[in-house]
Design a protein around this ligand. Sequence first.
Ligand code: ATP
Length: 198
Amino acid sequence: MLRIGLTGGIGSGKTTVADAFANHGVPVIDADIIAHELVEPGLPALESIVKAFGDNILDKKGHLKRNKLRELILVDEGKRRKLESILHPAIHNEIETRINQIHAAYCILVIPLLIETRLTDMVDKVLVVDVSKNTQIERVKNRGKLSEDEIQSIIGIQCSREERLKAANEIVTNEGTLEDLAIQIAHLHQKFQQFAST
Ligand code: ATP
């Protein structure tokens, strides 16, 4: 099965693009969703995080305080690397497990840090969702969960737009409307189906 790695900066539109492929019946595996599932109470990844970051990273019910963790890793690269060393192998394994359960011409793997984590070998093609930094900031701000400073910090630790575009085999431009996006996805869907059958 052909593996398409879908990536892009924060708020670029990865989930929106993945949903558009899912509307064509394409199976989607999302590394962010897996990362959330892996840190449920009682699971080994959460135990490793507590060992590394201390008990106060959990709320009273034993759930991970995601905002607190994000604050810590945004200002401390060592902590960020520690978290990645816990989560990335587990995410990688889970992606492979799920791929093995799918039968389709191709699948979409949403991997936000595909390029940063040098996981491009895991996929056959890299599909980048591209937007300007201003659009990224506006759209994430509109979601209302992060301040502009936090968004800027996250953009700062992600790879640059240029690096991402350099690694791309295919590019979706998400500056326009959702209809514009749907047209691009329909075209890519045909292209990936054709490519998978050759
Ligand atoms: P994150 O990196 O935070 O996971 P993402 O890359 O998955 O984000 P989305 O969640 O798909 O990005 O999109 C970010 C926001 O922008 C969402 O609120 C989404 O509804 C909105 N959005 C995406 N594409 C468009 C578009 N073409 N026009 C208007 N709004 C859009």
